[in-house]
Design a protein around this ligand. Structure first.
Ligand code: GAF
Length: 380
């Protein structure tokens, strides 16, 4: 299986056309980076724990050329082209581009003014990593244009630095690693302590299985503040235990504070579930991971408290209609859920999820079938 994608190539031609009409010249190259689903291992990344994402065939693509000034054009939003002599002061979507260039400079990989046209079909706000996809497309474009050969794991840390320090979102390294390091047809088991990883074959069709992605279409609510609060809880729990990260907490650790105890329990049990999921997949026992996915959701819902009424509706309806397992994926507070289903019951599960949302007066979810796609790559 090659690490290229015809869909990414088609999207990249749209970025190239936008580049030509905005700047009046051909771009020097086209680069693509995907969104992701995290199969399991949620909120473990900033606890030095385990994650298991795969790339989705939705991509952020950039057409880019070296230039005299920075210039950022996007096919979404108001169609404006933003830019200037320096990288200071960008916000909204442009901050993901400027912040990545800033982080490269800060990390000892100097890059100069560049023109970009950005196009993306990663659903914005869907919890499928639309921002990291932009960062990673920009990062590999700048590395190529300015002649830097950067190890992909280090590149993920650099993209994360841009998001943490320029954009100001205190996220972990899951999304950037997924976008840069995942391979087509595989799910990636990764240890966030050292970014060591293993590509595990993930051929659902061969097992007569389907994975549905259910984008609840619900806006993220309080996502930024609550995410930071969960991080702070984990740091406080680790401090009280006297360990560097909750990854290091003993299995039966107990804290007096009831809330911190629940946060800690989620991280400890979630790391175990990732290890169990990886072991089952490596033995070809894919259908048996369903219970672990559902247990992950229960833990995120009650112990970690990052689910939402829309995500719970989707998960409950999927399980009620016979899904083998279902859970929210990504940061939570809206966004997307996944459901592992026998291929023959995919339509029934999809109908049940849509029906449950309608009954509860929730937005109509967008449901599609996941495929483990190629990670970030140069298109031409
Ligand atoms: C978001 C963050 F960006 C990731 O770093 C990760 O913490 C995830 O939420 C939860 O697993 O996607």
């Amino acid at each position: 299986m090659t690490n290229t994608d015809t869909h990414a190539a088609a999207l990249a031609e749209t970025a190239a056309a936008a580049f030509r009409s905005t700047f009046g010249t051909e771009p020097e190259g086209l680069w693509a980076a995907p969104g992701r689903v995290n199969l399991i291992g949620e909120h473990t990344d900033y606890n030095d724990g385990f994650v298991m994402p795969f790339a989705l065939p939705f991509y952020a693509v950039v057409a880019a050329s070296k230039a005299d000034e920075w210039a950022f054009h996007s096919t979404y939003g108001d169609g404006a082209t933003l830019g200037g002599a320096t990288l200071d002061g960008f916000d909204g979507w442009a901050a993901y581009l400027a912040g990545t260039a800033w982080a490269l400079n800060e990390s000892g990989y100097p890059v100069g003014p560049t023109r970009f046209a950005l196009h993306s079909d990663v659903p914005v706000g869907g919890g499928l990593s639309s921002s990291a996809a932009i960062e990673c497309a920009v990062l590999i474009a700048l590395a190529d244009l300015y002649g830097h050969d950067i190890d992909r794991a280090e590149a993920a840390r650099i993209a994360q630095k841009g998001e943490n320090e320029y954009v100001g979102a205190p996220t972990g390294v899951l999304d950037q690693s997924a976008s840069l390091l995942c391979e087509a047809g595989h799910v990636m088991f990764m240890d966030c302590r050292d970014l060591s990883r293993e590509q595990v074959p993930f051929d659902l069709a061969a097992a007569d299985l389907t994975m549905l992605v259910i984008d609840t279409q619900a806006p993220h609510r309080h996502a930024d503040g609550e995410y930071a609060a969960r991080r702070a809880d984990c740091e406080e729990a680790a401090r009280q235990l006297g360990v560097p990260f909750l990854r290091d907490a003993p299995k039966h650790a107990k804290l007096d504070d009831e809330r911190l105890n629940r946060r800690m329990r989620h991280i400890i049990t979630e790391n175990e579930r990732v290890l169990q999921t990886a072991a089952l997949l490596k033995e070809g026992r894919t259908a048996e991971i369903g219970g672990l996915l559902t247990a992950s959701h229960t833990s995120l819902r009650y112990d970690y408290e990052v689910s939402s009424v829309e995500l719970d509706s989707a998960v409950d309806a999927a399980l009620g209609a016979g899904a083998l397992g279902a859970r929210m994926t990504g940061g939570g507070f809206g966004g997307s859920a996944i459901a592992l289903v026998e291929a023959a019951s995919a339509q029934k599960v999809e109908a049940a999820v849509v029906d449950a949302a309608a009954q509860a007066g929730l937005p109509t979810p967008r449901v599609f079938t996941a495929r483990a796609a190629a990670g970030a790559h140069r298109v031409r």
